[in-house]
Ligand binder design. Structure first.
Ligand code: TUI
Length: 317
């Protein structure tokens, strides 16, 4: 434990140095949500903005990366969702576009690691277990993001509270924590557990730079502590989202033994887009973390980051 934790939190923190950023905060790479504008907003505010490659094919991602380069001269990264049908092509586009930092989610990026490392890219896998974290460190990860099941979207088994200290003890690379962090108290807590950075998704859903449908933002702003639920456990792809018509009908169908896994899979596709782009309360899957109940105002990315870190610093000094 460093002598002065508040010093470690800011500019000279290993995580900041690794990525060339000011505040040790990464914006979640949220499918259909994390675009060039949100990523640039976060990067311009001193964090690491991410473009989510999940919903894009190679050329769509290339256009988004080029747009982001015009909006910021600060470092930004790309999140690659390993269940994406476009994974192989986006894995190459990030190299061609000279992207410096990648995060990966929902699987094992081992297949792509050699080519990314060869290109000098810093790879930061999202992990949900100690075994996977160790595997990723051995494969050449520059840092790790350990994500607890409080997070929105695709989740693992463990809570942030249990996962972070166990991963911190098992690896030597810099560690970021994700899942359930939306204010300075969350930052302070996970720093005490052994993380030296945070990844935040839910609070950035209501950032002014976030272009999702207003219905989605309002849904998050009105959410309380018990507003989220997990569906998809049956197919091995658990997803946390806000309770809605969609999640209720998904749960009903999921519990029906006469429905096949394939039929369930089809049900989910398009639901994230329907939420993010159309704000469709019937067909949309409004992914958000358990901390949504704490998120109650729209702010710029800069105000969000500064407010979070000033509170964390006050708590830790
Ligand atoms: O990837 C996420 N969150 C996501 S991806 C997503 S898109 C989607 N849409 C519809 C259905 C399903 C997904 C929405 N939210 N977070 C990162 C994350 N990765 N959380 C947990 C994990 C994880 C889980 C298991 C990482 C590795 C892992 O290892 C398994 C293995 O292959 O060894």
């Amino acid at each position: 434990m460093p002598k002065n934790i508040s010093e470690k939190m800011f500019k000279n923190n290993a995580f900041c140095e690794l990525l060339g950023i000011e505040y040790p905060i990464i914006q979640g790479g949220m499918a259909w949500i994390s675009d060039a504008e949100l990523a640039a907003g976060v990067s311009n505010a001193g964090g690491l903005g991410l473009i989510a490659a999940m919903s894009s094919n190679g050329e769509q991602l290339r256009a988004e990366i080029q747009k982001c380069k015009k909006l910021t001269d600060k470092p930004f990264g790309v999140n690659i969702m390993l269940m994406s049908p476009f994974c192989d092509e986006v894995a190459k586009v990030v190299i061609e576009e000279g992207v410096k930092v990648l995060t990966t989610g929902a699987g094992n990026p081992a297949k792509y690691m050699p080519m990314w490392l060869e290109a000098g890219i810093k790879v930061i896998p999202v992990t949900a277990s100690v075994a996977h974290a160790k595997l990723m460190q051995r494969a050449g990860a520059s840092a790790l993001i350990a994500e607890g099941q409080e997070a929105g979207g695709h989740i693992g088994e463990l809570t942030t509270m249990a996962l972070i200290p166990q991963v911190a003890d098992a690896v030597t690379v810099p560690l970021a924590a994700a899942g359930g962090i939306a204010d300075g108290r969350g930052i302070a807590a996970v720093f005490m557990l052994g993380a030296e950075a945070v990844q935040v998704g839910t609070r950035f859903l209501v950032a002014k730079e976030c272009g999702i449908h207003q219905n989605y933002k309002d849904f998050v702003l009105k959410a309380n502590d018990v507003a989220t639920t997990v569906t998809g456990r049956r197919t091995g792809h658990p997803v946390r989202s806000l309770k809605s018509e969609f999640s209720r009908s998904f749960s009903k169908i999921e519990n029906d033994p006469n429905v096949t896994d394939e039929e369930i899979g089809k049900l989910g596709s398009g639901a994230l887009r329907a939420a993010a782009k159309d704000g469709d309360k019937l067909k949309g899957s409004f992914m958000a973390g358990q901390i949504a109940g704490l998120v109650n105002k729209e702010q710029t990315a800069k105000d969000i980051i500064e407010e979070m870190f000033s509170k964390a610093k006050e708590l830790l000094s």
